[in-house]
Design a protein around this ligand. Structure first.
Ligand code: GLN
Length: 275
């Protein structure tokens, strides 16, 4: 079968997005996702039967809800190519909002600011910060050893110097940080949206009846671990901004504010700890 026909038949049989189908075919061919122009230029080339059956298997798994990044093993985040699989949350473009915000604050903090990313997963946030702001001393923490293994491999491959910690949020840590960042689990336990995310670790997704358990824990712990004028930035759900701002204010944070993601949804909230 020609490349063009293979793509067309996969798209119509499995109802996949053209982009997903192209990425899966490129992966099958051992080519990078950036090679979509190659597919167009070679669309009459014949696909060997073994490759075509590999392509069909991947398409079936994608259609059943497996994230594209788990199938190709790769996710681009903040210009970095991360390796990801079912051990970690598939990093979302929305989370780049949090990184943008951290990178605006970092130059205003003391030199070589101490930063910690709580629930680092693949390491996406911590790695993006270290890559874009080298003077930061960045720690990346997760409660999942499996996730930490993924984050460590990413740091090694990208040659970024992070310190990894195994732990439960800030419990037992005695450092003072200038910046604490986190994309914690925040989906309510009974949210129907969760059933579409069944291939990702539930530990990274949901947190209690209203989804805010992890955020409440972080807010209890953060004040004693923040240096004077340190900042806490949290990602949260599409309908949680007002509640999270309220919780930050109640805890005693100042300059409390939220920021919107690419879809215009208030996705992150932050506050400064005056000390
Ligand atoms: N933003 C993700 C989603 O709603 C969830 C990530 C998270 O819980 N931190 O699909």
């Amino acid at each position: 079968m020609e490349i063009r026909q293979a793509l067309q038949s996969i798209i119509s049989t499995f109802g996949l997005d053209r982009l997903d189908a192209q990425c899966l075919l490129l992966h099958t061919l051992g080519r990078p996702a950036s090679d979509r122009a190659w597919l167009l230029a070679h669309d009459t080339e014949v696909l060997a039967p073994v490759l075509s059956s590999q392509f069909i298997t991947l398409a079936q798994r994608r259609a059943s809800g497996v994230p594209l990044s788990y199938l190709t093993g790769e996710r681009e985040f903040y210009g970095l190519s991360l390796q990801v699989d079912e051990r970690v949350l598939d990093p979302r473009a929305d989370t780049e909002t949090l990184v943008d915000w951290a990178l605006e604050l970092l130059p205003q903090l003391p030199p070589q600011p101490k930063v910690i990313d709580l629930g680092t997963g693949s390491g996406a946030i911590a790695l993006a910060i270290k890559f874009s702001f080298a003077p930061a001393q960045v720690k990346a923490l997760d409660t999942s050893l499996a996730a930490l293994a993924v984050a460590r491999e990413n740091a090694k491959r990208l040659r970024l110097d992070l310190q990894f910690l195994h732990g439960n949020w800030l419990e037992g840590l005695d450092d003072q940080f200038n910046l604490i960042v986190s994309n914690p689990p925040y989906i309510a336990e009974n949210d129907p949206h969760l059933s579409q995310l069944g291939y990702e670790p539930s530990l990274a997704l949901s947190s209690g009846a209203d989804g805010l358990d992890a955020i409440r824990t972080l807010l209890e712990q953060a004040p004693s671990r923040l240096a004077t004028s340190g900042w806490l930035i949290l990602e949260h759900g599409w309908d949680q901004a007002a509640t999270v701002r309220h919780l930050l204010q109640q805890t005693g944070f100042s300059q409390v504010q939220s920021r919107r993601d690419l879809a215009g949804i208030e996705r992150c909230s932050a506050g400064c700890w005056a000390g």
